[in-house]
Write a protein that binds this ligand. Structure first.
Ligand code: FES
Ligand code: FES
Length: 153
């Protein structure tokens, strides 16, 4: 099937089998490997990216359902020379260890802060509950989201 998708601001066209996952399209056809393949069954959040600004799981989204829509991945943040304020905050707060979960957390954080620029700790924990981190622990991640919110207000 032919699809047209705007990915990180650039319009792209693809011919894909109907069962192609968005995550695989990004990673295998475009070398956009920032979105991680963790569990592959919608449980870990490592593949989280934004579809028309809403967080979705790349491993649970068909590429054909993205026709005519806009996708943003971790590669779309920052400008090549500088980091996005959310990326800065994650580094400053020590919210990254192995980093495997981090792109998903950062994309979810971006969606949260666009919806709610000043979230409470409870709101942060609720919004991020679909993202799993095996090593950093959530205290530093919550602090990073609070710091990013301050930078972006
Ligand atoms: S890889 Fe998609 S939720 Fe785990
Ligand atoms: S930093 Fe390693 S899984 Fe989160």
């Amino acid at each position: 099937m032919k699809i047209d998708v705007t990915i990180n601001g650039r319009e792209r066209s693809f011919d894909v089998p109907p069962n192609t996952l968005l995550l695989n399209l990004l990673r295998e056809r475009l070398d956009l490997t920032g979105s991680k393949y963790g569990c592959g069954i919608g449980e870990c959040g490592a593949c989280t990216l934004l579809l028309d600004g809403e967080p979705v799981l790349g491993c649970m989204t068909l590429a054909v359902d993205c026709d005519g829509r806009t996708v943003e991945t971790i590669e779309g943040l920052g400008d090549g020379d500088g980091l996005h304020p959310i990326q800065e905050a994650y580094l400053e707060e020590g919210a990254v260890q192995c980093g495997f979960c981090t792109p998903g957390f950062i994309m979810t954080t971006k969606a949260l802060l666009e919806e709610e620029p000043n979230p409470s700790e409870a709101e942060i924990r609720e919004y991020l509950k679909g993202n799993v981190c095996r090593c950093t622990g959530y205290v530093n991640i919550v602090a990073a989201v609070q710091s990013a919110a301050g930078k972006m207000r």
